[in-house]
Ligand binder design. Sequence first.
Ligand code: GLC
Length: 528
Amino acid sequence: MSTTDGGPWWKSAVIYQVYPRSFADSDGDGIGDIDGIRSRLGHLRDLGIDAIWMSPWYPSPMADAGYDVADFRDIDPVFGTLAGAEALIEEAHRVGIRMIVDIVPNHISSEHPWFKAALASPAAKERDYFWFRPGRGENGDEMPTDWRGEFGGTTWTRTPDGMWYLHLFTPEQPDLNWDHPDVRAEFESILRFWFDRGVDGIRIDSAALLFKDGDLPEVREGEPHPFHDLDEVHDVYRAWRRVSDSYDGDRALIGEVWMPEVERFAKYLRPDELHAAFNFDFLGCAWDPALMRQCVDRTLDAHRAVGAPATWVLSNHDVTRHVTRYGREDTTFSFENNLDGVPVDLELGTRRARAAALLSLSLPGATYIYQGEELGLWENENIPPSSYQDPMWARRGHSRDGCRVPLPWSGDEPPFGFSAAQPWLPQPAEWKDLTVQAQTGDPTSMLELYREAIRLRRDEPGLHRPSFGWLDVHPQVLAFCRGAHFACVVNMSGAPITLPDHETSLLASGPLDGDRLPPDTAVWLRLQ
Ligand code: GLC
């Protein structure tokens, strides 16, 4: 499992997110599982990825699709067994793919033994592992704060003994008290549990939320936020870094850090903290040359300052798929600006998504691919609300289920080889043209574009160097070189442009018109 530039793998890897419920189902219950993933590892090997990031697979009541963990040291029966997980880690390693597991430190499931013990008795030591507080008002029947939850809605639930507990997400996800040494010790032990099983990295869920201001002030403009990005969190990641550094083989810590202020974001990536963090600035950026260019500059500057690799993320299991985003008039993404139901031009979105694939795979750093992105899947906006499972739906009127629909593998109709049964979320009939089977061998398909781009990324020396420089081609064109002999050009102007001087065109996201690059098309060039 060597890397192209000789540096640690996580600096330049192509990392593929597997959402286990929706990857492949081996036992016919309509929900994906570990044996399904094992049976389809060949797809990931052929795609050429370096690592898998596995969304949570632990025992869970699934109040938030597994991000409500009841036991971090086992596997939910719906996904398989711990032995199956160990076999997958080994089989992935055998085909040169590293494994990253998802750890959720901010909260656990209300079914976790700790929370059950805390609820059972106010005297239990586990009470202090959470945020139990008396209510306000004469009878204590008003919540301790008016904090809004991360999914919208309130953040406190009252227990039968009259106390309230804090949950920044759903009531089934009580927040842990990171001021308590037992909580810290437990998570370090969980990290070791998975590192001992050979995993190569940890994705850290909601990484900036762990600490809360114990005085419980309200959220006020211009004042320090009571639960976002408190300074104490850095001590935890320093301790985690000591754990990961104590293992051989470059184990990596990758944070989910949603943070508009770049300087604060970069603090998580100081040399003794996390190795990398997801770049949501890029994910949310509009398909606009000036804004994209600023975003790339901001990203590279912030990471350079702390010596960390940039990451490039277009989609994940929480956000509207980018084929859909890029096919709308407003191409930005944010949870606050819900564009559900806004008209989409899927043909345009697909063309831009193809160009975005070449962009994100040629910028310096690591690139993340969310499962199905390599097939050009779009958001399924036609799921009947009665089938929604996402707890965000009830709180915010937006469901993330549209990007979590099971993958189409083969055949002409649902379930497209995903399962022998009806999948847990409906697949669009039009995906018959987007199955792995239908796209394999078709040089114009999204899948073959990804395969070829990842292959070239390995072979092209320019893409192994950290060097990066903008090229002046046209004000509405994003063009940059990597070293003296490689360039990527993305035409975001509405009209064809003439390509800069080059020796050969290595790969284009759509047909070129002689020496002209059509709009919403990208090309990789070898320069003279
Ligand atoms: C992260 C996950 C998301 C989950 C939330 C709460 O943002 O990506 O899916 O709902 O944390 O754990």
